[in-house]
Design a protein around this ligand. Sequence first.
Ligand code: SAH
Length: 285
Amino acid sequence: MDKQPNSPRERAAAQTGFARLDGEPFPAFEAGWVWLVGAGPGAPGLMSLLCYHALQSSDVVVYDALVNPGILNWVRPGTELEYAGKRGGKPSAQQRDISLRLIELAQAGKRVLRLKGGDPFMFGRGGEECQHLVKAGIPFRIVPGITAGIGGLAYAGLPSTHRDTNHSVIFLTGHDASGKMPANVNWQAIATASPVIVMYMAVKNLREIAKALIAGGRAPSDPVTIISNATLPQQSVAQTTLGEAKAFLDHDEFATPAIVVLGRIVEWRSILDWYRGPLRENPIG
Ligand code: SAH
């Protein structure tokens, strides 16, 4: 009779036919565990090997609105898919309910893949969900993902840092839990603290944010780049300035989700804009 696999490594080897690196099997996705995984900014090709492995070995995937549906095609047949999105217009699950659902599924002995867009800890409330798991004694693993505020910029030909333009980057959210411009961000201090500011969820409050940054001493002439649907074939890039942002938003249409980038790194785009033409034809990335 075959020996039953005992160690996590043996169980991993028995459980998945996924490729091994240097003879090492991928880590076992154990029953009753939650894996909190970043799916990347959109293009399925930007998911990590551990994300792919998790898609192939989970029993249920609880996913957010920003996860590209193309990524969900990579699950094994029979995997349950549960939507837990919270985007404008669509029915929204409360954060607490999502955490409770994860706990319930794990306690039922499922291998629970909590799949989030980008990186789970970058404005993704991954920390909050983990806190609930810790409280409930549920074992978990975090798989980081490529965040939209870095990967999205790369697909638009904007290096997040470049020695000639910036030695620092600020990431911020334009939204607090109530949808307002976050009051606990020190806009005055941030305005001049870094040549590049990358803003998530900032479109709705951009007029107000631009005003606060200009009041804090940021030049109205500083370029603003809005990258919509980053890394996807329908990606689009719009440009304005901080001072013109309000008029731009009043008159121009652009799609969401969108990342807003403030700063002169956009100047590199004129030579680094690589994601175009036939390169956009493959939805994998
Ligand atoms: N955890 C995610 C961010 C979640 S907040 C990450 O690390 O990327 C949601 C915001 O992310 C959106 O409002 C938008 O600002 C940004 N975003 C996510 N995916 C995007 C995409 N494909 N293109 C542009 N912006 C995106």
